[in-house]
Design a protein around this ligand. Structure first.
Ligand SMILES: [Zn+2]
Length: 265
């Protein structure tokens, strides 16, 4: 039974590592998307500032056309003056010219205001473009790092998955389905050490009988509350010793298993 639980602990370590990697593999694309969203927001802001700038330029152009036509009016009125016969009509024409000159002045003032606004808006666009470039460099770097990480994570998963399947062959079938069933309902953790008098998974205080059974280690012992498989903490320590050089797990497990059977005899 000790050996069975050791197998399950080893399997669980592999599964926890795989779970972490898969979790990361799901999270990275979302992080990449978030980073792209930041850049897109910058792009949208720049686009809207550019549109405002264009509108201002169009308005200025319109005022300049108005100004030109007003100037032509004034010229025409001045020419008209020569052909006017009566004093009355002459005076009226002069008034008309005066009115046009005022309108011309007003247009020139408006054009000046537009020119100032255009200058400000151009600076704003340039500033935003500069900020975007600075952000873009940082964000692109970040996205590249995330993409590399995703590649590595996927690579690691594709290495660990077959290794896990291979390992599962060592685990007795019924034990494995037990393990899988508990794991699926308990956030991926099916085997836990007892912690003093408590379950190391759900922390409930265990009955003395259960604690005794765990130390005897003759049968699988389950927590009454969370149904996880319980083991004595010293088993984990033994497990950790054999688990440190994880690359050589296979040979280590064998020697560890042999030692264990020698010791228990
Ligand atoms: Zn429990």
């Amino acid at each position: 039974m000790k050996e069975d639980i050791k197998l399950l602990i080893q399997l669980q370590n592999k599964d926890i590592e795989l779970d972490k990697l898969r979790y990361r593999a799901e999270a990275i694309p979302k992080e990449i998307e978030q980073s792209s969203t930041v850049l897109n927001q910058y792009k949208e802001e720049i686009e809207s500032s550019r549109n405002e700038l264009k509108k201002l330029q169009v308005s200025r152009k319109e005022k300049e056309v108005d100004l030109e036509s007003k100037e032509n009016d004034i010229k025409k009125h001045n020419l008209d003056l020569n052909s006017i016969k009566t004093n009355e009509a002459y005076k009226a024409k002069l008034n008309e010219i005066e009115g046009s000159k005022k309108q011309k002045q007003a247009l020139e003032d408006e054009i000046l205001v537009f020119m100032e606004q255009i200058e400000q808006k151009s600076l704003e666009v340039k500033q935003k473009e500069k900020e975007f470039k600075e952000q873009e460099a940082g964000v692109s770097g970040k996205i590249n790092i995330l993409k590399k990480e995703l590649e590595q994570v996927n690579q690691k998963v594709s290495e660990l998955e077959p290794a896990r399947s291979e390992f599962v062959k060592k685990v007795p079938g019924k034990l494995f389905s037990h393990y899988e069933h508990i794991r699926s309902g308990r956030q991926g953790v099916a085997v836990v050490p007892i912690d003093g008098e408590n379950c190391g998974g759900c922390n409930i205080t265990l009955r003395p009988q259960i604690i005794n059974d765990v130390y005897k280690a003759q049968d699988l012992v389950f927590c009454d509350s969370c149904s996880r498989i319980l083991y004595k903490p010293s088993l984990l320590e033994e497990e950790n010793k054999s688990d440190i050089p994880s690359e050589e797990n296979k040979t280590d497990t064998k020697s560890e298993a042999n030692e264990e059977s020698v010791q228990s005899n």
